[in-house]
Design a protein around this ligand. Structure first.
Ligand code: SF4
Length: 295
């Protein structure tokens, strides 16, 4: 088949994920270390997890912490964790490799400060987080403020919160975003809130690597006849970015591996673009490109 293939050079791991994987590999390649526990998947990509699993990385959940032997080494991934996790790990005598992304650490600090500011001298106010309910980064943020913040995932959820009177517009409001959310989605939520109050403080905490990727990816999607978006099913950033691609290019197919490619998707002469989420490894994009070239 006559196809041209281009990999989006801006796709692939973000800085936080590169740093966490680098630290895990460094630890596992040091002498006498063949086992490292990661609290939650270090990256939402099954193929990369398999590769790291072969080196000795074992993913565990918070319920498993009780069962780890004292002295075991536990990696905290880029998403960060609530203070409770550090207390638990300390109580169990675990050694930590803390890979919380510096951008997330800064966001945790900002939300703690906002909470104190809102409640200082007996005052009150509300905190909102634009993010995915149950996402590790969001749980880490909620942990900074004792769970006292509302999480809003999208417009519909915001509308029902407003209808149900769960947002008190007579009080000051401060809103933060999960680092990997869509800048357009955040702007829409802020606009909607601004229509109800002039006491809203907006903290645009979307990671700059994610925000610029949105613009570049939209352009890339429009420049190709067909897109293969490569992402793990659990990647929240993957869901946001693949939707963006689908909006720009209806011939977008979301796949997890080269084995999912279907010949019937392609037309003679197509310019095929290959891209992925902040959790998609470059080597997997290369494998997908190779599979398309072999069609
Ligand atoms: S998306 Fe940005 S904030 Fe989140 S882990 Fe990656 S680099 Fe850090």
């Amino acid at each position: 088949m006559d196809l041209t293939v281009e990999i989006d050079r801006h796709s692939g791991f973000c800085g936080g994920v590169i740093r966490a994987i680098g630290k895990a590999e460094e630890y596992l390649s040091s002498e006498g270390q063949d086992r490292l526990y990661s609290l939650g998947a270090i990256v939402h990509n099954e193929a990369e997890l398999d590769r790291l699993g072969r080196q000795g990385l074992v993913t565990v959940g918070s319920d498993d912490l009780e069962r780890l032997k004292p002295g075991s080494t536990l990696l905290i991934r880029a998403h960060g964790e609530p203070p409770e996790t550090y207390r638990k790990a300390d109580g169990k005598g675990l050694r930590l490799i803390d890979c919380t992304c510096p951008v997330v650490l800064k966001l945790q600090e900002s939300i703690r400060e906002a909470y104190l500011r809102l409640h200082e001298n007996g005052r009150s106010g509300q905190l909102l987080i634009f993010g995915k309910i149950g996402h590790a980064e969001v749980l880490g943020l909620l942990g900074q403020v004792g769970g006292d913040a509302l999480v809003v995932e999208n417009d519909e959820m915001l509308e029902s919160m407003i209808r149900e009177g769960r947002i008190d517009f007579s009080e000051p409001l401060e809103i933060f975003s999960q680092t990997t959310k869509s800048p357009d989605g955040f702007a829409a939520i802020c606009d909607r809130l601004r229509a109800h109050t002039d006491r809203l403080v907006i903290h645009n905490t979307i990671c700059s690597q994610v925000a610029t990727r949105h613009e570049k990816l939209s352009r890339f999607a429009g420049e190709h006849d067909l897109l293969l978006f490569v992402s793990g099913k659990a990647s929240s950033n993957g869901k946001v970015l693949s939707q963006l691609c689908l909006k720009e290019n209806p011939r977008t197919h979301v796949i997890g591996s080269p084995g999912e490619i279907r010949r019937e998707w392609f037309r003679e002469g197509d310019r095929v673009g290959i891209c992925g989420a902040t959790s998609t490894p470059k080597w997997l994009l290369e494998e997908v490109a190779e599979a398309v070239r072999n069609l």
